[in-house]
Design a protein. Structure first.
Length: 376
């Protein structure tokens, strides 16, 4: 599909309008005729003691099924049954919440992949509908998280200009289209994830709070060490630590009222892999990241937030058949679940390379830990 001449900054949310329906869409929309089950309010679920199990990697599950696309959100239209099946596999493995296949559904990502940016809204709608269909078919109480990924490159707020960075207004506009569409389709909460920039996260939160939905903000960190003190501090590619995130969410640079942190229910870490530091990759990374986030919250005197952690399954490597494999097995990752919960994580899942087998192992580990705590 050739991109339409819709310039950046021209108001996608208003100009794209209602999504077009093609003959190819008809089959993928058939499941909408089925009644959608009603699950209890997500905010009420957050009050319970037992951790919430999130799902695992989505793009890697498409690859495992030999589906390789210029943009994984295209699967919502081209491979609807597969999208539903992946959600179903995670639900059957024990996931209580699943994320929509919208990580790269924004107009910015579609444009980068040479696709029609006018498809963003339709792909987002389909993603929510597929997740709902999987939840309904399971006959279980499942929460739908609206996945919101970062822009495909630096934004103006970090780069300093638009020569190398995406204009702030374009990033805001793209997030607005996806976030508002997710809300309109009825997700239970919004999950901003793999954010490399705390400033872009703040822009997305400013839009997300308009929906009134619970918001989760997950940054992706890397290992750094302070030269002067030798202290290990996790920072994003743009140098943002957990403490920096809290500061940016409480100043008025991207909101006008400095109340963005008040709108956020959940803060967390996801993805993350260090090729030379196994102790800061996968589950160990999630534990240290959660600890550092907890420290930042305590030092700032912030209470009443839940924490989320869903790391990669270690580092990706090529096996002898040149297939991509990840280094941390389901049992290995699950063995860290008690430490992750004790660090403060409440929503727990997996990112790249994690599979339904990982999530099943996590479910068993969470149940075992929770049972031991109740009987201890």
């Amino acid at each position: 599909m050739k991109p339409k001449p819709l310039p950046l900054g021209s108001g996608w949310y208003h100009e794209i309008g209602e999504p077009k329906t093609t003959e190819r869409d008809v089959k993928s929309l058939e499941h909408l005729n089925e009644p959608q089950g009603k699950i209890k309010n997500f905010r009420e679920r957050l009050k319970l003691d037992e951790p919430i199990l999130y799902d695992g990697g989505f793009g890697s599950q498409l690859f495992a099924r030999d589906i390789e696309l210029a943009n994984s959100a295209l699967a919502n239209e081209l491979h609807p049954t597969t999208v539903i099946d992946i959600h179903s596999d995670y639900i059957n493995a024990g996931a209580e919440a699943v994320g929509t296949n919208t990580f790269v559904a924004s107009p910015l990502h579609l444009e980068m992949a040479g696709q029609d940016i006018a498809d963003a809204q339709q792909l987002t709608r389909l993603a929510v509908q597929h997740a709902k269909a999987a939840a309904e078919q399971s006959e279980k109480e499942v929460y739908i998280a609206g996945s919101v990924g970062p822009s495909p490159g630096a934004i103006e707020a970090d780069s300093g200009d638009t020569t190398f960075g995406i204009a702030n207004k374009d990033a805001r506009e793209a997030h607005k289209l996806v976030i508002h569409t997710l809300a309109e389709e009825g997700v239970d909460f919004l999950c901003l994830e793999t954010m490399f920039s705390a400033k872009e996260a703040a822009i997305a939160v400013d839009i997300a709070r308009e929906t009134g939905l619970p918001i989760a903000v997950n940054l992706t960190y890397k290992w750094t060490k302070e030269r002067r003190t030798g202290k290990v501090i996790y920072r994003t590619d743009w140098g943002n630590s957990p403490a920096d995130l809290l500061e940016i969410l409480t100043n008025s640079e991207f909101s006008g009222d400095g109340a963005l942190l008040d709108a956020v229910s959940i803060l967390g870490v996801n993805c993350g892999a260090e090729s030379r530091r196994d102790e800061h990759t996968g589950m160990p990374y999630a534990i240290v990241g959660t600890q550092q986030l907890q420290t930042a919250l305590t030092e700032k005197g912030v209470n009443g937030k839940w924490m989320m952690a869903y790391p990669n399954a270690g580092m990706p490597k090529l096996d002898k058949n040149h297939n991509t494999v990840y280094t941390q097995t389901p049992n290995e990752m699950a063995s860290h679940i008690p430490a992750l919960i004790e660090a403060g994580a409440y929503l727990i899942g997996g990112c790249c390379g994690t599979t339904p087998k990982h999530i099943k192992a996590f479910r068993e580990a969470i149940a075992s830990y929770h049972s031991a705590q109740n009987n201890g």
